[in-house]
Design a protein around this ligand. Sequence first.
Ligand SMILES: Cc1ncc(COP(=O)(O)O)c(C=O)c1O
Length: 307
Amino acid sequence: MLLPPPNWLAQAPLEPLRLGWLADAGIEVAILRLDRIDPLISGNKWFKLVEHLKAAERAGAEGIISLGGAHSNHLHALAAAGKRLGFKTVGLLRGHPQDTPTVRDLQTFGMQLHWLGYAGYRARHEAGFWVPWQGQFPTLHAVPEGGGGLAGALGCAAIRQQAEEQLAKLGWNDFDAWWLACGTGTTLAGLALAEQGKRVVYGALAVPDDHGVAPNIESILAHATEPAADYQLIDASRGGFAKVDQALLTFIDQTEQTSGIPLEPLYTGKALLALKQHVESGEFAVGTRLVFAHTGGLQGRRGFAAM
Ligand SMILES: Cc1ncc(COP(=O)(O)O)c(C=O)c1O
């Protein structure tokens, strides 16, 4: 069995986000705490995994093989899910063996690791990449990097439902748009598909423009049979993926002190800072209501502190 019982993970709380710069601009933001669904299988990762697990189950697989870096939030959630639910996991890692807090957790959770080097990892999009791995692990189901693809996106429809179910407790009957961090764009595509154009989904790019996020989103949205999805990508990478500067770190620190919300510098911190810049440049009308999806990734803060 790869799938958990229904309602296995807690619901992500939807909480008001109270920050001076939002109040000053007359913008209301609620934060959907996907980081709180589980201590280990946290953030958007579970939602991106769930349809892949269903496909693996249908195929009669005994476990999952997937790929990522030495700080990968995706591999971390996958390995934790494998340990909790009792299925086998194999991780193909970028680069050469490294000892990071994430890698140590992967080993503790029982994931079998294979380091591909850098050139080996770059080959992951080539036709035939999976053939030798499928030969070596015939009972495992392959999941693309980051839990991406259409299956990854489809699982993210539940994120929309979780927010909608909790609007009343904020005294909201609706909201205008989503704001969230984008790495591959899979989560954004899933939300945009689920919204069917009803609300705009703003994606704050954690990676530079040339990382193929827009084509990835378009290839997922090409499967939509419903009205056009409405989304916008915002450059939030601050010079590159994992590039961190003092202004960002100060912002994360101040946000945590004022609101109690923990952020990390690669995705959620950059996404909220990009929202601040957007709000301060007057892009949203007074009275706009947004839901900011906290996509988790807090386990990665340990590796970052050690860098
Ligand atoms: C914490 C966090 N937030 C956001 C994302 C972006 O998700 P996506 O790849 O679906 O755009 C990721 C992973 O890539 C992540 O680890």
